[in-house]
Design a protein around this ligand. Structure first.
Ligand SMILES: *Cc1c(COP(=O)(O)O)cnc(C)c1O
Length: 217
């Protein structure tokens, strides 16, 4: 596939769901991709990208920002507290806020710097022990805790278990967001972004369908 093809499929899924054109943000997940592939997508005019590691993003995005205006970079992987300051400098959005300690650090950095990336709380909808995220049963309490720290929460994010029907997880995430008055839903990847759009995704995170298979060194 390609950027154009994925964009077309995103718009088609929006029409099928009776949703407005352009109402979902396509995050091109560029982790581990060679720079030539990323640059090719930038040259096609795309500006919204996702990375899952702070270190990797720090190694490539400052140079791309010098070359291209309007880059909108999303951290979609876990964030260690000691890298939060760097993440504030590198990213427009953070999708994996998942614990009180990190929320407190973000609140402190937001006060200190006067700005804050858009924040999504990651929910472990499948309650998988190896996966990050707040359990569904703890979601409302954590949203309120973040709000109590004066953090503005944009929405929720999930990564469904690999072997389960993703739609069930997308629907659960949408339900938790709705009852907490949150508009953002970061859900859907290469294999299931159309299902996610049908269930209300505002941000889809698509890697291999745009760039081709990841080349692992
Ligand atoms: C890698 C990654 C993606 C993209 O996965 P693809 O299957 O290549 O589209 C999306 N979300 C997260 C959190 C990821 O780590």
């Amino acid at each position: 596939m390609s950027l154009q093809e994925v964009s077309d499929r995103v718009e088609k899924a929006l029409r099928a769901a009776d949703r407005p054109e352009g109402s979902v943000k396509l995050i091109a997940v560029s982790k581990v991709q060679p720079n030539e592939r990323v640059e090719a997508v930038l040259n096609q005019g795309h500006r919204c990208f996702g990375e899952n590691r702070v270190q990797e993003a720090a190694g490539k995005w400052p140079a791309f920002r010098d070359m291209f205006d309007g880059i909108d970079l999303h951290l979609i992987g876990p964030l260690q507290t000691n890298k939060a300051r760097q993440a504030f400098e590198l990213f427009e959005s953070i999708h994996a806020l998942d614990r009180p300690k990190l929320a407190k650090t973000c609140a402190r950095l937001a006060q200190e710097t006067g700005t804050c990336p858009e924040l999504f709380i990651q929910i472990n909808t499948g309650e998988e022990p190896q996966k990050a995220g707040v359990l569904p049963s703890g979601a409302d309490v954590f949203v309120n805790e973040c709000r109590g720290l004066d953090l503005t929460i944009k929405g929720l994010m999930c990564i469904p278990p690999a072997d389960e029907e993703p739609s069930l997880h997308f629907a659960l995430l949408a339900k938790i967001a709705e009852r907490n008055g949150l508009e953002g839903l970061s859900m859907g990847m290469s294999g299931d972004f159309e299902k996610a759009i049908k269930l209300g995704a505002t941000h889809v995170r698509v890697g291999s369908a745009i760039f081709g298979e990841r080349v692992v060194a």
